[in-house]
Design a protein around this ligand. Structure first.
Ligand SMILES: Nc1ncnc2c1ncn2[C@@H]1O[C@H](COP(=O)(O)OP(=O)(O)OP(=O)(O)O)[C@@H](O)[C@H]1O
Ligand SMILES: [Mg+2]
Length: 632
């Protein structure tokens, strides 16, 4: 990926400060493997300020959404889910992600008439729109190309409504209702107004999707200024990835408590729309459990919804010569019967079972050739397995396989695979996962309430923020990030790479194509931590302020000295403009000819992206570039 902003370029390359002035050490700043570094930038001050506050987790799912909350002050760290929803006296841990509008003519405004269970149960009439699966609009492929990579089609929206409007409308309804329920339970409105709200997003989403989600949540009023002078109120909205939230929940499971520090586990969050996988490593002591993300995430649209769509395609193909059974109402009835019942119970032992579905229309009731038997469509379990389940489940298995391959061998392999998400309740999926991975992974487990693992983890993350513990506060550098630079030539360079030795503009003999490690693969870093390295640039004149920093990455565990030495590849070029630095401006002003300027560049590895930043001597950021987005 090409960097987006411009801060360094070197007429003769960059050097470490000491190297440029000719002193001895040329050792680049490398964080050794496994070594933990104390955070330079952390949200510490913020954490102290919010001690004792309420945390609300929101899981906005493709098919179902939920709200959980917890407070260290009056709930003793316990997490509770909202269980009752408008439109039903029964309790449900989540509510359908569905909203209904009334819009009599395309030019009139679409008015929300129902959401959740009530919207899902609505029978459509002229002028009504029932919108589901709208989370898929924020998928990176849809945002880039306007269409889904998979076979699902995007829902029709009322005229004049953009996807983000529908997300905002739904979140507004969900939030308004959740506020009432939470206030009922904790009895304090003030706590809620100052609550941390943690919103989860799929691992595969890029920055654009996350930003849209943030905008929608703020428009929905999920966070707002709680009092005069509350300038940081937007920061109370946190966005974390779904597998990260699930990992936090999983860390409370007894299966995982058998793991030892430094062991790794993979989370597979199989939901309605997406399946996300991510790898984590336990660090620190069990008494103060901490998990670090291994910066290796994979996701795809391979959720349980795609089983429903494949079932519909199968029905259409079986009944292609009986169009009377293929009108919208008939297809809906078939899909409904399958998705609400047979799909949920389908297992690997069902090959010889015959699944029977009532036809909605009574005409053209019998044709045993295609499975029509006196008004029922009969489909053998083996066909459902082959055409409906197996292609989707195989995609999930492939995703897990890709994830396992991403975990570096230095991490003693993966000790546990944790299945979460509604789809993880599928016996068929779980059996296939066991069949495929049990020889390689000692523990394969799923929490009891798989569908709310993400939700509960999100609320717990908020409590972690408050109490300052047991969250995914660290990341493990997925590979080495390296800067190409020029360093004063040593005897070793003269012997090893005589062709790289040149005399630079300042008359110093330097070795070109040397590597300066900003961070080594496997280093455990605090999220958002800046890893600073000091460099200097030789400028010929006050106009000569820009240089191009060439960034390399390496998947190898070895540390290399030269660009041509090992398996390293160029990641991007970062054009850095030093004129934003006060120290550069001062040096340029007083210089009569050429001059040297020292400066700090820092690398920041977050769970979703790797950034480069240009810093003043005081640590203030004056330029940045995105090096890459991690995940897929
Ligand atoms: N036993 C089961 N077998 C297969 N699918 C199941 C089973 N139980 C629930 N599901 C499916 O799980 C999905 C709901 O799971 P979940 O609530 O985790 O998804 P979501 O959060 O809406 O989606 P996503 O996280 O992908 O955005 C539904 O599609 C439901 O049909
Ligand atoms: Mg989900």
């Amino acid at each position: 990926m090409t960097p987006t902003l411009a801060p360094l370029a070197i007429p003769g390359g960059i050097m470490s400060e000491r190297a440029a002035t000719g002193t001895t050490s040329t050792v680049p700043q490398v964080v050794a493997q496994g070594q933990q570094v104390v955070a330079e930038t952390d949200s510490g001050a913020y954490v102290a300020e919010v001690e004792g506050k309420l945390s609300v987790g929101i899981d906005f799912g493709t098919t179902f959404s939920g709200v959980a909350f917890g407070s260290n002050r009056n709930m003793n760290g316990q997490i509770r889910c909202i269980l009752s929803w408008p439109g039903s006296y029964e309790t449900y841990r989540k509510v359908p992600t569905c909203i209904a509008y009334y819009q009599p003519t395309p030019s009139s405004e679409a008015v929300i008439v129902a959401w959740g269970i009530e919207a899902k149960a609505m029978t459509l009439r002229e002028g009504f729109f029932k919108v589901e699966w709208f989370k898929l609009f924020l998928d990176p492929t849809v945002l880039r190309e306007g269409r889904l990579a998979s076979s699902a089609r995007l829902p029709d929206l009322p005229y004049g409504k953009e996807p983000i409007d529908v997300v905002t409308d739904y979140l507004s309804c969900l939030w308004k209702y959740a506020k009432e329920r939470i206030t009922d339970e904790i009895g304090s409105v003030a706590d809620l107004e100052a609550a941390d709200v943690i919103l989860t997003v799929p691992a595969a989403w890029d920055a654009a999707g996350c930003q849209m989600m943030r905008t929608a949540a703020i428009q929905a009023g999920m966070v707002q200024s709680a009092r005069g002078g509350d300038r940081n109120w937007r920061e109370r909205l946190r966005i974390i990835t779904e597998p990260e939230a699930a990992a936090i929940h999983a860390s409370t499971l007894s299966n995982l408590l058998n793991l030892r520090p430094s062991q790794a586990f993979v989370i597979c969050d199989a939901g309605g729309g997406t399946v996300d996988t991510a790898a984590y490593k336990l660090i620190g002591q069990l008494s103060n459990l901490e998990i670090a993300e291994m910066c290796a995430r994979t996701g795809a649209n391979a959720g349980s919804l795609f089983i429903d769509l494949r079932f519909e395609a199968l029905v259409k193909s079986l009944l292609r010569n009986h169009p009377v059974h293929l009108d919208e109402a008939s297809l809906l009835a078939f899909r409904h019967a399958f998705a609400e019942c047979d799909k949920l119970l389908f297992s690997t032992a069902d090959d010889d079972t015959h699944f029977r579905f009532n036809c909605f229309n009574i005409e053209d009731a019998h044709d045993p050739e295609c499975g029509l038997e006196y008004g029922e469509l009969v489909i053998p379990g083996s066909v459902i397995r082959r055409d409906v389940f197996e292609p989707v489940v195989q995609q999930v298995l492939d995703l897990i396989e890709v994830q396992l391959a991403k975990v570096p061998t230095t991490h003693q392999g993966v000790q546990a695979l944790i299945l979460v998400g509604g789809f993880a309740a599928s016996e068929y999926l779980c059996s296939r996962v066991h069949e495929t991975f049990s020889a390689r992974i000692p523990v394969i487990a799923k929490p009891r309430d798989t569908d709310v693992a993400t939700l509960q983890g999100a609320a717990r993350y908020g409590l972690g923020l408050i109490g300052g513990k047991a969250t995914v506060s660290s990341v493990i550098s997925p590979r080495s990030y390296i800067m190409k630079c020029k360093l004063p030539a040593s005897d070793e360079d003269r012997y090893q790479r005589p062709g790289f030795i040149v005399r630079n503009d300042a008359g110093i003999e330097v070795c070109e194509n040397r590597l300066s490690y900003l961070v080594a693969k496997g280093a455990v870093l605090r999220k958002g931590q800046r890893l600073r390295s000091r460099y200097c640039k030789f400028s010929r004149s006050p106009q000569d302020s820009v240089f191009t920093a060439v960034l390399y990455v390496s998947d190898s565990d070895k540390i290399y000295r030269y660009t041509d030495e090992g398996p390293i590849e160029e990641l991007c070029r970062w054009s850095v403009d030093l004129s934003a630095l006060p120290s550069w401006a001062r040096a340029a002003e007083s210089a009569t000819g050429s001059f040297w300027v020292e400066f700090d560049l820092a690398l920041v590895v977050d769970s979703a992206e790797v950034l480069g930043v240009l810093l003043t001597d005081e640590g203030e950021e004056v330029g940045r570039a995105h090096f890459e987005y991690l995940g897929n």
